[in-house]
Design a protein around this ligand. Structure first.
Ligand SMILES: Cc1ncc(C[n+]2csc(CCOP(=O)(O)OP(=O)(O)O)c2C)c(N)n1
Length: 627
């Protein structure tokens, strides 16, 4: 096995056993004794292939054995296998007919980073967001029961994904309906960061009760050959279990808890799954794995190796790398925390992605990683705000969708001072449609009391964060993935006048009303067209004075945003013009009414006509249609 990042093979490794398998039916014909060899080859292939394409790394390495054992014992795709989040499903893709397509992973027209129903019959449920697998699996199990089918359903969920409320809603319901399904808890003690919270501590306690595990392992070895006896024995050991408590939480919810077992020990996995497949009712298997297993740098640094970029010779650096928008936020958060002791920072399990690392180290008392619990994050902020704290919820646009009711009912209706720092707004590239932040302007704009800001560059991002923080009531600043134009950032904590945009270029006939970071593209297009450009800055409240002025002085108003056209900032402009009875031609540019497939971010923007030449083209087309 390679032991450093640059040892990841550049040449395709020799994997004859893996190459001989084109279906899971063939896999099931192998002897159990061949499975460890298959696991070695699968791991090598995975290392090589992710090295070529980039993508999620540690989670897949951790479930190599589990993936083999599940496909070996279950009659996939007839039996339904669901992967929670889906970032660990690369070994599943490799074993289910997509080995050769792995070279196209996350690229245009290539296979997706996550399971997708349209991609393969083995991908039983589309994912990307976490903690859906038990609900969806339960739905499938109930449907099978209603149809009189003897089909098995298995949901694999990580200990991170298990922290979400949805997972517990489903666990609770499944116990009630006595569904025939298996939940495999893949416990590696990690989310993207270290997993946090009481559940995580509880799982750790189970693992540390060695006596229990030892006893159980011993009994299982004996009983494994006679499944009915195993079930009987399970029932009779209730008393001992209640004393020692492992898994009792799941048992009390109506699940038959088995484990913990070593998720890298193929014979144990196979035997246990073979037995559990026979059992009726809700079954819960606790499997312990190591994230990054088999590749020592990833084992040692599971956070750094959650996902990697592809192996490439290092580009020559000019020594000045531009900060990402997340970094602008991270720096602002520390500076504002320094200035205002009421500030608290909240992240739903995205410390690294949202760049709260420095804040968490400098202000540990005011830092809250709430685990993968977006709904809780928002209502927690609301509660804090009621008591005079000034919470900042750092959240990706796509994940804020999870907490929509909390945003309205708990924050906005009560007009509470909560600032939403909305990262990954707009298209996000290789993660594709499940992760795109395409809708936040639309879903925020209709909420009374919201202040909504879309910065054009890094400096405005900082200014708007300050504006939102100092504002009374809920406020949102939306900024994209990646880097911006490289505008120098004023270290002052300077607020902007609310509801005021600025004219950034004076031209004629056409005025581009820009909302957000497409501003640089707007200016380029405007140069070619001699158009006016306004950086509107505020989606809500709109700068209606500026809008009136632009409508008076131009034939065509072009709204521009990296958000769905429907309901977006352009819609706000349309509504206002209509309301005022102002007659002017309008062209709304933004994201179309469809899901944009994974690709390089710049190509996705170009596909939507939102690069400079696309903007120019759309405007010319409209002008020539009018002339
Ligand atoms: C609703 C939602 N919030 C946040 C994320 C981002 N995210 C992707 S994977 C992950 C960690 C998952 O941890 P776990 O389920 O334990 O899987 P592991 O990576 O440890 O195998 C997070 C937070 C997400 N996909 N969905």
């Amino acid at each position: 096995m390679p032991s450093t990042f640059h040892d990841i093979p550049l040449e395709r490794p020799c994997t004859p056993l893996l190459d001989s398998l084109d279906s899971t039916a063939q896999l099931r014909e192998l002897d159990v004794a061949q499975l460890p060899e298959l696991a070695d080859e699968l791991r090598l292939f995975l290392l090589w292939s992710v090295g070529q394409t980039g993508g999620h790394f540690g989670a897949g390495l951790g479930v190599v054995e589990l993936t083999i054992a599940l496909h070996y014992i279950y009659d996939t795709p007839e039996d339904r296998l669901l992967w929670d989040v889906g970032h660990q499903a690369y070994p599943h893709k490799i074993l289910t007919g997509r080995r050769e397509q792995m070279a196209t992973l996350r690229q245009k027209d290539g296979i997706s980073a996550f399971p997708r129903r349209s991609e393969s019959p083995y991908d039983t449920f589309g994912v990307g967001h976490s903690s859906t697998s038990i609900s969806a699996g339960l739905g499938m199990a109930i449907a099978a029961q209603l149809q009189g089918l003897d089909r098995r359903t298995v949901a694999v969920i990580g200990d991170g994904a298990m922290t979400a409320g949805m997972a517990f809603e489903a666990l609770n319901h499944a116990g009630e309906v006595d569904a025939d399904m298996l939940v495999v808890l893949n416990d590696n003690d990690m989310s993207i960061s270290h997993n946090v919270g009481g559940l995580s501590n509880y799982l750790a306690k189970i693992l540390s009760s060695r006596t229990y595990a030892h006893m159980r392992e011993g009994s299982k070895k004996v009983l494994s050959k006679i499944p009915p006896a195993w079930e009987l024995a399970r029932k009779t050991e209730e008393t001992a279990k209640a004393m020692l408590a492992p898994g009792v939480l799941f048992e009390e919810l109506g699940w038959n808890y088995i484990g913990p077992i070593d998720g890298h020990d193929l014979p144990t996995l196979v035997t246990t799954l073979r037995n559990m497949r026979q059992l009726k009712g809700p079954q819960f298997l606790h499997v312990v794995t190591k994230k990054g297993k088999g590749f020592s740098p990833a084992e040692a640094d599971p956070i750094g190796y959650h996902a990697i970029t592809k192996l490439e010779p290092k580009p020559a650096s000019n020594g000045q790398s531009k900060p990402r928008y997340s970094n602008i936020f991270g720096q602002w958060l520390c500076d504002m925390a320094e200035a205002d002791a009421r500030l608290v920072g909240i992240t739903p399990a995205m410390k690294e992605g949202s760049d709260l690392i420095a804040f968490s180290e400098r202000f540990p008392q005011r830092y809250f990683d709430v685990a993968i619990a977006e709904q809780h994050a928002v209502t927690l902020a609301a509660g804090m705000a009621c008591e005079g704290a000034k919470p900042v919820v750092a959240i990706y646009s796509t994940f804020l969708q999870r907490a929509y009711d909390q945003l309205i009912h708990d924050v906005a209706v009560q007009d509470l001072d909560v600032l939403f720092a909305i990262d990954r707004a707009g298209l996000v590239g290789e993660d594709g449609p499940t992760h795109a932040g395409s809708f936040d302007i639309s879903y925020l704009r209709c909420i009374p009391n919201m202040l909504i800001m879309a910065p054009a560059d890094e400096n405005e991002t900082r200014q708007m964060l300050t504006t939102g923080f100092l504002h009374h009531g809920p406020a949102a600043v939306r900024y994209p993935r990646g880097t911006g134009p490289g505008v120098p950032v004023d270290p002052a904590l300077q607020a902007l006048p609310i509801g005021k945009g600025v004219l950034t270029r004076q031209g004629q006939r056409v005025a581009i009303l820009n909302f957000g970071t497409l501003h640089a593209n707007a200016l380029l297009a405007a140069e070619a067209l001699d158009a006016t450009v306004a950086n509107m800055r505020f989606v809500k409240p709109l700068d209606t004075e500026l809008l009136q002025q632009l409508a008076d002085g131009h034939e065509l108003l072009v709204t521009l945003e990296e958000n769905a056209i429907m309901g977006g900032a352009g819609s706000a402009v349309n509504e206002w013009l209509l309301d005022q009875g102002i007659q002017v031609q309008v062209l709304n540019l933004g994201l179309p009414d469809l899901y944009i497939e994974h690709d390089k971010p710049a190509s996705m923007l170009a596909e939507c006509g939102l690069d400079a030449s696309g903007i120019e083209r759309s405007i010319r087309d409209r002008l020539s249609a009018e002339d």
